[in-house]
Design a protein around this ligand. Structure first.
Ligand code: ADP
Ligand code: MG
Length: 632
């Protein structure tokens, strides 16, 4: 590494090499998008300068008209994209074009590269994830054998040049001090990419991908130059004048996504507060959907000037999958990003935007259920966070939720559930677990199945949280079937026969007392179950207690979670329990019942996906019992 006063050769960071390889060879299906990526960056650079200039107008004074120029030198097969935006300092050139920001990015790149090695061809959808990390610049190496970036940062007297062949690292050297503000990126086209050294081709590409850019984009070739776009920010144009492709390209520009928007919301509000929103719900989930920072992807503009993409108060975390922009006329331009966090104007816009998004979701759910279900599968778990985080929205959110169920395939809403309720049923029953397949055979469901009562099956960790904060829906209480007392006696069933078995079984009270004694300190109570028909026992928690599952979730995130009080329920109709009841009548049975009590508890734990209290003792008790059963 030849470090001198003015310049140096640098190796690319290891991850960059991997990513370059992916970007150049497999990320994009069309090479022409290199130009889209360069113009997208130039537009961002102008956006950033405009914002900075609100705070310090000396930055732009000498050259106030922002624009982007694509110039062609067809004799030398060179294309240069120039902008007079914010520019980059020496350090920024090195950091932005030679390293990958964010530790998550590097890790992801590594995983992807390893996966690539294993499978000859990785699915494109996985690869396209990498696009979200901001790797667009590297697209130039699809068409260029060498790239020169010359940049002068606004307000700085120094300019720098970055050059690279995209393989052996890059060089940085000082550029003449009279370099104009902004960035010029020159591509030496590879032999197989000479097709792009054509003015018409360039114009077509710009119109196709960059028509939404709010700055003039010029093409200069053969001594002549002219503007090829409308230079009106897409959201300022009337909806009727915008094609679906333009919306899609704008969506990709703001989101770095490779997919199509699932929903596009373009509105202008002219009330007390005037603003425009152009918001998208992506088709596929962004890689960081469950990142603990829960940041949204909506940019805030004030009168077409980009302000920030980190305005927390603008979009609640449970709508963090939204992408796009909000442009307000009622915020001061020189508002600092910090002040925005608690700004009443932002709050009002936020409320209105949330309302609009939820109402659109409601419409979609009604109009096109199938499409809504694909949205639900991708983002439903995030939306559910809103149920416990935003009490005011709860009533709007609940009808948007969808569930699996024990009695039908496909997705079920709470309204669907209520419509199918049995006579005498006044609760909405639900079961929470990890995996649908195992949940379906959970013993807690036995009495429901016997009566033909539907139970909703919830299989996401967030379900533990929101279900605790909701009492009911449409005057029906929400009941977790693994909690408290369940009694289906009042419900008219398909099958009326579970109660009689109990009577045959004789008095169960002495058995319960003996099990309680044996399991002292292990469970808070032992009682007769009304929810079991086939299984001998199960473990439940009381209403308001922390479930075993929630406890596990909290512990897995490093939180201190106290176990809720557990209750062992036994099924008086089960052959084993009936025999045990018989045993309690004979003397000297207490030792055997003690072993059985522990086996019952361990069994119930296993049903919950947990280990027996003492696996070794469990195994011994089990073998002893089995030995007795097979003894001649
Ligand atoms: P992204 O645009 O998603 O951040 P890119 O790979 O396209 O990722 O660009 C990387 C970074 O390089 C940008 O975030 C920006 O900081 C810097 N950059 C690229 N092009 C320019 C430009 N024309 N002017 C100023 N900065 C630029
Ligand atoms: Mg970019």
């Amino acid at each position: 590494m030849a470090e001198t006063q003015t310049g140096a050769h640098h190796e690319f960071q290891a991850e960059v090499n991997r990513i370059l390889d992916i970007v150049v060879n497999s990320l994009y299906s069309k090479r022409e998008v290199f130009l889209r990526e360069l113009i997208s960056n130039a537009s961002d650079a102008c956006d950033r300068l405009r914002y900075e200039a609100q705070l310090d107008d000396s930055l732009m004074r000498d050259d106030p008209d922002l624009s982007i120029t694509v110039s062609l030198d067809d004799k030398n097969s060179q294309i240069t994209v120039t902008d007079n935006g914010i520019g980059m300092s020496r350090d920024e050139l090195v950091a932005n074009l030679g390293t990958i920001a964010g530790s998550g990015t590097a890790k992801f790149a590594q995983q992807l590269a390893e996966a690539e090695k294993e499978k000859a061809k990785k699915e494109r959808s996985d690869i396209s994830m990498i696009g979200q990390f901001g790797v667009g610049f590297y697209a130039v190496f699809m068409v260029a054998g060498s790239v020169t970036v010359t940049s002068r940062k606004a307000g700085s007297g120094e300019a720098w040049t970055w050059t690279s062949d995209g393989r052996t690292g890059f060089d940085v050297a000082q550029a003449p001090a009279d370099t104009p503000r902004g960035t010029a990126i020159t591509l030496d086209l590879k032999k197989d990419s000479k097709e792009f050294a054509d003015r018409h081709r360039l114009e077509t590409i710009i119109k196709t991908y960059s028509g939404h850019i709010g700055l003039p984009v010029w093409v200069a070739a053969g001594g002549e130059s002219h503007q090829v776009n409308e230079a009106a920010a897409l959201w300022t144009r009337p909806r009727s004048a915008i094609s679906e492709d333009e919306y899609t390209e704008f969506y990709r520009h703001v989101s770095h996504g490779f997919d199509e928007p699932w929903l596009t919301l373009h509105n202008r509000a002219e009330g007390v507060i005037a603003y425009t929103n152009l918001l998208f719900i992506p088709t596929s989930a962004p890689y960081d959907l469950f990142d603990p920072r829960r940041q949204h992807g909506v940019k805030l503009y004030v009168r077409k000037v980009f302000i920030t993409d980190e305005c927390e108060g603008l979009i609640p975390p449970w709508l963090r999958f939204l992408r796009g922009i909000v442009d307000s006329e009622d915020l001061p331009l020189n508002v600092s990003r910090e002040v925005l966090q608690r700004n009443p104007v932002v709050e009002r816009i936020s409320r209105a935007v949330v309302k609009r998004v939820l109402s659109e979701l409601g419409k979609k759910a009604k109009k096109d259920a199938e499409s809504y279900h694909t949205f639900w599968e991708t983002f439903g778990a995030v939306l559910k966070e809103g149920v416990y985080e935003d009490h005011q929205r709860r009533d709007t959110l609940l009808p948007l939720l969808r569930f699996h169920s024990t009695t039908r395939d496909g997705w079920v809403s709470l309204d669907d559930y209520i419509a199918a309720m049995k006579e005498g049923q006044d609760s909405i029953y639900l079961l929470i677990g990890d995996r649908l397949e195992t949940m379906r055979s959970n013993p807690m469901l036995e009495a429901f199945r016997a009566k033909g009562v539907e139970v909703l099956l919830l299989d996401h960790p967030v379900d533990e949280f929101w279900t605790m904060s909701v009492e009911g829906y449409e005057e029906k209480t929400l009941v977790n079937v693994a909690r408290g007392d369940i009694d289906l006696a009042a419900i008219a069933g398909d099958d009326a026969g579970t109660a009689d078995k109990e009577e045959e079984a004789g008095d169960i009270t002495p058995l319960i007392a003996m099990i309680k004694l044996a399991l002292e300190n292990k469970v808070t109570d032992v009682r007769e179950s009304k929810r079991l028909t086939d299984s001998a026992c199960c473990l439940v928690v009381d209403e308001g207690e922390m479930s075993m599952r929630l406890q596990k979730i909290l512990q897995s995130t490093g939180q201190d979670a106290m176990a809720g009080k557990r209750i062992l329920e036994i099924n008086p109709g089960h052959a084993l329990i009936r025999s045990l009841v018989e045993r309690t009548r004979s003397e000297g049975s207490s030792h055997q019942i003690e072993d059985m009590a522990h086996l019952l508890l361990d069994q119930a734990l296993i049903q919950e996906g947990e280990l027996p209290q003492d696996p070794a003792r469990f195994a011994k008790r089990m073998s002893d019992t089995m030995a007795k059963a097979v003894a001649p």
